[in-house]
Design a protein around this ligand. Structure first.
Ligand code: IMP
Length: 198
């Protein structure tokens, strides 16, 4: 069964594919099927945005579509960047620019606690939908460490492991991360759904 991932992000694809392939599910990027759906993420929550993206790509492709909407919420910044994680600081910034801006905005902060959230939505051509959420608590490091992963990985520190996301192997990250946890929940819900509808 083929699912389209409503994203251009290869990192997300690898993380999803490695978990869902065990169910015989093949996940492809929009670009793999010649699609580029420009969706405005107008939702106020990760769950709303994931559903908006999945529904748009399902409608454009006619295939089941999966979307992940995720971001980092920092307590000292009242939850920012949150749903704006990908757009933090404006379109001219890249991943490094965004985490540098975050470090800058954290200067002098008394608390560095934060969490990553991932909401996954899957919409089928018959309108059925599955949703799952995963959260990973951590802190914002004082300086970037590690060169794995993407996005804010070098500055998201896991106190229990004493490492940032960027210092973990992909397998380690999948075990503890927000997306890994959301995917585990999603994997179970999809298995149940396909049992009844497959
Ligand atoms: P989305 O593609 O709209 O969900 O944007 C999510 C943004 O949050 C990404 O562009 C990254 O900046 C950040 N993000 C989400 N997941 C991760 C992660 O696992 N590590 C680091 N940054 C992440």
């Amino acid at each position: 069964m083929k699912f389209v991932l409503a994203s251009q992000n290869k990192h997300k694809l690898v993380e999803m594919q490695s978990i869902l392939s065990a169910q015989g599910v093949e996940v492809v990027l929009e670009s793999d099927i010649g699609l580029h759906v420009d969706v405005e993420e107008t939702g106020e929550t990760f769950a709303e945005n994931a559903m908006i993206k999945a529904r748009a790509v399902m409608e454009a492709s006619g295939l089941p579509a999966i979307a992940d909407d995720s971001g980092v919420c920092v307590d000292a910044l009242n939850g920012a960047p949150g749903v704006y994680s990908a757009r933090y600081g404006g379109p001219e910034l890249d991943d490094v620019g965004r985490y540098r801006l975050l470090l800058e905005n954290m200067r002098g902060a008394r608390s560095r606690t934060a969490h990553f959230t991932s909401c996954i939505a899957c919409v089928f051509p018959n309108g059925d939908a599955i949703e799952a959420e995963g959260i990973c608590p951590g802190t914002i490091a004082f300086a970037p460490q590690g060169d794995g992963g993407f996005g804010y990985d070098p500055v998201f520190f896991l106190p229990e492991l004493r490492k940032t996301y960027a210092q973990l192997t992909p397998e380690e990250k999948a075990t503890v991360s927000h997306r890994g946890k959301a995917l585990a929940v999603f994997d179970g819900k999809l298995r149940e759904y396909l049992k009844g509808n497959g």
